[in-house]
Design a protein around this ligand. Structure first.
Ligand code: ADP
Ligand code: MG
Length: 624
């Protein structure tokens, strides 16, 4: 290399400003410099590959594009070299000496005025090259444009303080070499293992081999080893990827040793292009329900195959937090920061696409792979239910995927969809009936179901903790109202209404007696239209929380307002006959209290005084 005609130039004032900002306040992690330089090298290789399509001679005899990262402990340098497109003299000046790059200009516009204080904003603009000065106190660039003569190489050098030098250099090979002369405190980067680990972390799926010298006795040799996977699996067409490769890649994401349950791989082309490769695990991680849920790792954001960050929170709603995989966007600015991600419209669109793809995938399982779908529901069905409240736009799609046990289903098996239910509705039925409880047994044995059983009306049995809360957001599905059998008035036909009124009238003295016996333990005592076999049950108002849920919340330390229950009775039942005829006040009181307490127990409520209940029960059993 022979240098000629050295020229010293000043950075444009704005570049100096950018440099100052970058080196002083930009990166919370210095190590990102390597990602940025590798990314530029990868871009340069991409550009050459593209231009060589039309002009194959640009490749010369050197068509294996690669990126080499090496270090020299004695010289205290790190060198990043690529055999990509390279730059001529004007390009060097334009790309790294001025603010010709629109990113730099936009950055400065954004940073002027009152925003000046927020240096984090720099993250959204393409000013990655300058990050070299975060670790280096001098940077040398040697570059030769593909197709130009060896004598037309360029050497650029700067300490990043305000000036740079430019000279012509004889360079034997095309491409760009960037030499970082490390600052005094940066020795940690002068280690092969350190560089390799940074490359694997940040640049594993850069599509060109990134090579590092093999070491012998702790010294770099002139043999090169490739460090990265060098293949962005998701960037290949689907037809070229084997299932085993998809599975291996899933495991390489590092959250699960098992095979994934299913995946969906898509490329969107258009004004905004991006690729998504999304996986559904076969089982939840062991800490899924206990704190593990806040972590939300597993969905990686790449921009043009360069790893940017774990962005599960930004790219997926909470109820799909079990999904892992990769999103690779073509058009986002590299260096995008987390703050920026949260308000980025392009990203919103990508997020929408991710949600759609995942729901498509789950729908496909439901339709074509019932066994896998059952596995999915077992693992994440309750998580999916959160979407009913979280994602109103997709509420119907999510509701369609839910499965419940039912009085016409297969025991405790949760396999009945809302569509199944609607398909079995009687003519004229316009309500989807359900009951919520703590357990399957509590649901299926609930006295409130009796009238429905007698009439042959199907009732969905919901007994997952989240159900009562979830159906609160699902008041309607496919034009049918969802209604809890324990709440409000039952719709009765004319004949039934008449019967009901007559029964209520006949029972008036009994109702009055019960009300007196129970005092303020109850709000109201009514004749029930719900009961055929049991003596009593609780009825809730439309907006009242189910007792079992109120109990759970209270147990979890939440203040719950104490409401007075409405007691419904079945006057035909022998126990009510006994209350009617019991003349001993104390005995009548025991019976009345037991009627209320058994209704509360069946509804999963907490008894106000369990000891008193037990004593009462024993008195009555002993027949006093
Ligand atoms: P960005 O990559 O977002 O454009 P950078 O500051 O990282 O911003 O790089 C500025 C420009 O310098 C690049 O757009 C490119 O034109 C040029 N450049 C940087 N590194 C290389 C390289 N290794 N080979 C060719 N050109 C490069
Ligand atoms: Mg860059």
């Amino acid at each position: 290399m022979t240098a000629t005609a050295t020229e010293t130039r000043s950075f444009e004032a704005e570049v100096a400003q950018v440099l100052h900002l970058v080196t002083h306040s930009l990166y919370s992690h210095k190590e990102i410099f390597l990602r940025e330089l590798v990314s530029n090298a990868s871009d340069a290789c991409d550009k050459l590959r593209f231009e060589a399509l039309a002009k194959p001679e640009l490749m010369g005899g050197d068509s294996e594009l690669h990126i080499d990262v090496s270090w020299d402990e004695a010289a205290r340098t790190i060198t990043v070299r690529d055999n990509g497109i390279g730059m001529n003299r004007d390009e060097v000046v334009a790309n790294i000496g001025t603010i010709a790059s629109s990113g730099t200009r936009r950055f400065l516009e954004a940073m002027s005025g009152e925003q000046k204080a927020d240096a984090r904003l720099i993250g959204q603009f393409g000013v990655g090259f300058y990050s070299a000065f975060v670790v280096a106190d001098k940077v040398t660039v040697l570059t030769r444009h593909a197709g130009s003569a060896a004598a037309d190489g360029v050497k650029w050098e700067s300490d990043g303080k305000g000036e740079y030098t430019l000279e012509t250099a004889e360079l034997a090979e095309r491409g760009t070499t960037i030499v970082l002369h490390l600052g005094a405190d940066e020795d940690e980067f002068l280690k092969g293992w350190k560089l390799k680990s940074l490359i694997r972390t940040y640049s594993d799926h850069v599509a060109f081999p990134i090579r590092v010298p093999e070491e012998k006795d702790g010294k770099p040799t002139d043999q090169w080893e490739t460090v990265n996977a060098a293949s962005a699996l998701w960037a290949k067409p689907r037809s070229e990827i084997k299932d085993d490769e998809y599975k291996a890649f899933y495991k390489s994401l590092g959250h699960d040793f098992n095979d994934p349950l299913a995946w969906t791989h898509n490329r969107v082309e258009g004004s905004q292009s991006f690729t998504t490769l999304l996986y559904i695990p076969a089982q939840p991680p062991f800490d899924w329900m206990m704190g593990g849920r806040d972590e939300r790792k597993g969905l990686k954001l790449y921009i043009k195959r360069v790893f940017i960050m774990d962005a599960a929170k930004e790219l997926l709603p909470n109820y799909l937090r079990f999904v892992s995989g990769v999103v690779d966007a073509d058009d986002l600015p590299l260096n995008v920061s987390r703050e920026i991600l949260q308000h980025n419209r392009q990203l919103e669109r990508i997020k929408g696409a991710c949600v759609k793809r995942v729901l498509d995938l789950i729908e496909k399982l439901a339709k074509d792979e019932p066994e896998k779908f059952a596995t999915f529901l077992k693992a994440f069905g309750n998580t999916l239910k959160e979407g009913i409240s979280e994602d109103t736009a997709n509420r119907d799609r999510i509701a369609k995927l839910l499965r419940f046990a039912s009085t016409k289903g297969d025991g405790a098996k949760q396999s009945v969809s809302l569509d199944d239910y609607i398909g079995r509705m009687a003519v004229g039925q316009d309500t989807i009936w359900y009951i919520t409880a703590d357990t399957y047994a509590a649901a299926v044995g609930s006295p409130q179901l009796e009238a429905f059983k007698a009439k042959g009306i199907e009732v969905l049995l919901m007994f997952d903790r989240i159900d009562e809360w979830m159906v609160g957001y699902l008041s309607e599905y496919e034009g049918k109202k969802l209604h809890n059998v324990a709440k409000g008035e039952l719709p009765l036909d004319e004949g039934e209404k008449k019967q009901q009124e007559e029964a209520a009238k006949a029972a008036e003295p009994l109702l009055k007696k019960l009300k007196e016996l129970l005092g303020d333990q109850v709000g109201e005592v009514k004749v029930s239209a719900r009961l055929t076999d049991s003596p009593s049950c609780l009825a809730l108002s439309d907006y009242e929380m189910a007792p079992h849920l109120a109990r759970l919340l209270r147990e979890a330390g939440q203040e719950m307002p104490a409401t007075k229950p409405t007691l419904e009775i079945n006057p035909q039942h022998a126990l009510l006959k006994r209350v009617e005829t019991e003349t001993d006040e104390a005995k009548a009181k025991d019976l009345a209290s037991l009627l209320l307490e058994q209704a509360e127990i069946a509804a999963g409520a907490q008894l106000a005084d369990p000891a008193a209940f037990v004593q009462r029960l024993n008195r009555v059993l002993l027949g006093g």
